[in-house]
Design a protein around this ligand. Sequence first.
Ligand SMILES: C[S@@+](CC[C@H](N)C(=O)[O-])C[C@H]1O[C@@H](n2cnc3c(N)ncnc32)[C@H](O)[C@@H]1O
Length: 226
Amino acid sequence: MSNTETKSGMLQVQNRIEPAQHEVLALETLRQGALISDKQFDRVYPLELRDLSHRHWTPVRVARRAASFLACTPDTRVLDVGSGLGKFCLVGALTTMAHYFGVEQRKSLADIATAVARQHGVSRAQFLNMNMAEMDWSGFQSFYFYNPFQEQVDPTARLDDSLPCSLQLCELYLALVHARLAAAPAGTRVAAYHGIGLGLQMPEGYELVSDHPVGTGNLQLWLKIQ
Ligand SMILES: C[S@@+](CC[C@H](N)C(=O)[O-])C[C@H]1O[C@@H](n2cnc3c(N)ncnc32)[C@H](O)[C@@H]1O
């Protein structure tokens, strides 16, 4: 982030992140197909948010693997449900040809994700600040979940205390996700790292293509066949 002085002499924080040379190089390395560490990637984020990465943001190697499954063609639109600082979408856009959209209810996180994407020229990653429940999912062919509603039922998973949390809200969100995935057409792809929430069973018609331990949990890949 950088500061500028306004006419009135007050300092104003701008939503810009100046990329240092090592960050540019790290993302370029990833773009060219080599793996980088999470520590290298996370330097694109403000210092005070990097410590959250291990628990809350998808590891680079998990994101690469999930994205390579979800990105069928260059026209594929992938939605990350609860995109946080945008790590999954950024890695996906840097390592595949598809288009990535993140929906994130916390404005501060969506703003940083947008700033990082702009600063590093990752034009195929875009972020929307809203509740995923209020969004139309019909324009997407693939979906990514990193256990986004865990904070509803597990206080240790909360990023902050800014939002109401309850088991009822979690169940409501999961019912909505289930209904939307059930209504999606054949060919829809879903990747879930650490699950979607509360052991949610996928709707009928989805075939489990892969279920492997990676990072700190399992990555499940699903394909809707009918
Ligand atoms: C575990 S983090 C995952 C972040 C990102 N998908 C990644 O893998 O790097 C879950 C995120 O989901 C967001 N979230 C939870 N419920 C949401 C909702 N109903 N609508 C939009 N975002 C939500 C949280 O604010 C949090 O940033």
